[in-house]
Design a protein around this ligand. Structure first.
Ligand SMILES: NC(=O)C1=CN([C@@H]2O[C@H](COP(=O)(O)OP(=O)(O)OC[C@H]3O[C@@H](n4cnc5c(N)ncnc54)[C@H](OP(=O)(O)O)[C@@H]3O)[C@@H](O)[C@H]2O)C=CC1
Ligand SMILES: CCCCCCCCCCCCCCCC(=O)[C@@H](N)CO
Length: 277
């Protein structure tokens, strides 16, 4: 229930998937401005290099590095694991992972291809599972780490036109909450961001196929700037606080956390007993 010590970004290694565009790029800039070393992960190498140049304009010392690695985070776990290994060899263990690679395709349920459901689940959900799975062991061992999942307002509310997208973003919440319960005793903290519509290349792409109903719903709220959204996401990841729905679940989570601590202590005791036997 106690908030952790804020993560110190100066000198920290931050990996941002989807860091070559939109919200992810702005998250990378925000962390770089605060002294972090950055690994950008995305597919297109030209876009990665462009983003690297743009981020480097914001350096605050001459030691800072922006590393780019091209990989599809949605395809194969071993590829993603290798990329994380490469990043760790160059810039040290990952202090913070931001899972921002993702996309949206809007359309009525019967108009969406079945393959779109597969693609969005692979990218938005599994594309966040793989990098997280690749960093978690080291984070637990070091007792240091932050993992950020970028969901969406459409990851809290199922909305017209978002049957494929919303479900893939809802999945992140389940993943994040279950994972948080596992890793809290190791001082690793998991946050989920639920951004509204944000002015990015991805949003422009989404608008090309948006049904009228989805557009009208979207127009009831204003469009955010990616810099502003990124700032909030980074702040929430560094200074972990509790949202309203978590406060309601406080009692339950508190008692579950004590079960987990008890198991951890029991395991430690039986290991010492084994050693001394
Ligand atoms: N913009 C918005 O309105 C909102 C966006 N979000 C979420 O925020 C995240 C970022 O969105 P936004 O900034 O708009 O997106 P952009 O389309 O602008 O950027 C997406 C980034 O993800 C990378 N990416 C896409 N597919 C893959 C893949 N298979 N493997 C690795 N990298 C990949 C892209 O690079 P490349 O194509 O080269 O691989 C790019 O760097 C997404 O998860 C989105 O769902 C949430 C709420 C609102
Ligand atoms: C408690 C929850 C608050 C709910 C507020 C209701 C807002 C309704 C309008 C939301 C418009 C759709 C957002 C999708 C953003 C997105 O992820 C895509 N643009 C990605 O490209």
């Amino acid at each position: 229930l106690i908030s952790p010590k804020p993560l110190a970004l100066p000198g920290a290694h931050v990996v941002v998937t989807g860091g070559s565009s939109g919200i992810g790029k702005c998250i990378a800039i925000e962390c770089y401005k605060q002294g972090a070393f950055i690994t950008l992960v995305a597919r297109n190498e030209d876009k990665l290099l462009q983003a690297k140049k743009e981020i480097e304009k914001h350096s605050i010392n001459d030691k800072q590095v922006v590393l780019c690695i091209s990989v599809d985070v949605s395809q194969d776990y071993n590829q993603v694991e290798n990329v994380i290994k490469q990043a760790q060899e160059k810039l040290g263990p990952v202090d913070m992972l931001v899972n921002c690679a993702g996309m949206s395709v809007a359309g009525k349920f019967e108009d969406l291809e079945v393959s779109t459901f597969e693609r969005l689940m692979n990218l938005n959900y599994l594309g966040s599972v793989y990098p997280s799975r690749a960093v978690i062991t080291t984070m637990k061992e070091r007792r240091v780490g932050r993992i950020v999942f970028v969901s969406s307002q459409a990851g809290q509310l199922g909305l017209f036109g978002f049957t494929a997208y919303s479900s893939s973003k809802f999945a992140l919440r389940g993943l994040a909450e279950a994972l948080q319960m596992e890793v809290k005793p190791y001082n690793v903290y998991v946050t989920v961001a639920y951004p509204p519509d944000t002015d990015t290349p991805g949003f422009a792409e989404e608008n090309k196929t948006k049904p009228l109903e989805t557009r009208l719903i979207s127009e009831t709220t204003s469009i955010c700037k990616p810099e502003q959204v990124a700032k909030q996401i980074v702040k929430d990841a560094i200074v972990v606080t509790m949202g309203l729905f978590r406060t309601i679940a406080l009692f339950y989570l508190g008692s579950f956390d004590s079960i987990i601590r008890r198991c951890m202590m029991q395991k430690a005791r039986s290991e010492t007993a084994d050693k001394t036997a």
